[in-house]
Design a protein around this ligand. Structure first.
Ligand code: SF4
Length: 184
């Protein structure tokens, strides 16, 4: 039997909704598991930065680059994976988190930590240590690393994603349908 491809999935600046499309692969997950071993995925297990395998065939990345931790993870995954899929509208274009680009970063931080009525913070503390730091702007993944395939959609349709990944693993050409790729 041919060696299985080593794949992983990761979420960065997104809402995790794109990963629900992966969970919804239903029986297509069996076809995928015939071809690949899932080494990590936030919907299966927690994984730390230093636990990412040295060599991956395919990595599927949800979400754009919102903070320095996202950037570091994206760069590491690019370094380790032969093929990177920018997965979902946030990864492709910035998506919902990208709306924060309408305001200066400092204003966004003050709104989140101090001015929001749902944030009790009488001492007006803004944490700066041991937390990821916001980048000046939210960026699509392709602004920060090279990507090999972009699959937009919010979230992308499960069957479209599954078919694309399975085709890729079989060494076939990946063709995305020229229609609405969103699940809902
Ligand atoms: Fe969530 Fe939509 Fe962004 Fe995916 S594309 S992470 S579902 S907001």
């Amino acid at each position: 039997m041919a060696e299985k491809a080593q794949i992983g999935t990761m979420w960065l600046g997104g809402c995790s909704g794109c990963h629900l499309s992966i969970v919804d692969f239903h029986e297509q997950i069996l076809d995928l598991l015939e071809l690949a071993e899932i080494k990590f995925s936030p919907v299966l297990m927690d994984i730390k930065y230093d636990e990412i395998p040295e060599k991956l065939d395919v990595v599927i990345i949800e979400g754009g680059i919102v903070n320095d931790e996202n950037r570091e993870f994206a760069e590491l995954l690019r370094e380790r994976a032969d093929f990177v899929i920018s997965y979902g509208t946030c990864a492709a274009y910035g998506g919902i988190p990208g709306l924060r680009n309408l305001w200066p970063k400092e204003e966004v931080i003050e709104e989140a930590y101090i001015n929001s009525i749902s944030t009790p913070n009488p001492d007006k503390v803004i944490p700066s240590e041991d937390v990821p730091h916001l980048e000046d702007r939210v960026r699509p993944l392709s602004d920060v690393i090279d990507v090999d395939l972009v699959v937009p959609g919010c979230p992308p349709k499960s069957d479209v994603v599954a078919e694309a990944v399975i085709a890729l693993l079989k060494g076939e050409e990946v063709e995305l349908p020229n229609t609405n790729l969103c699940e809902v």
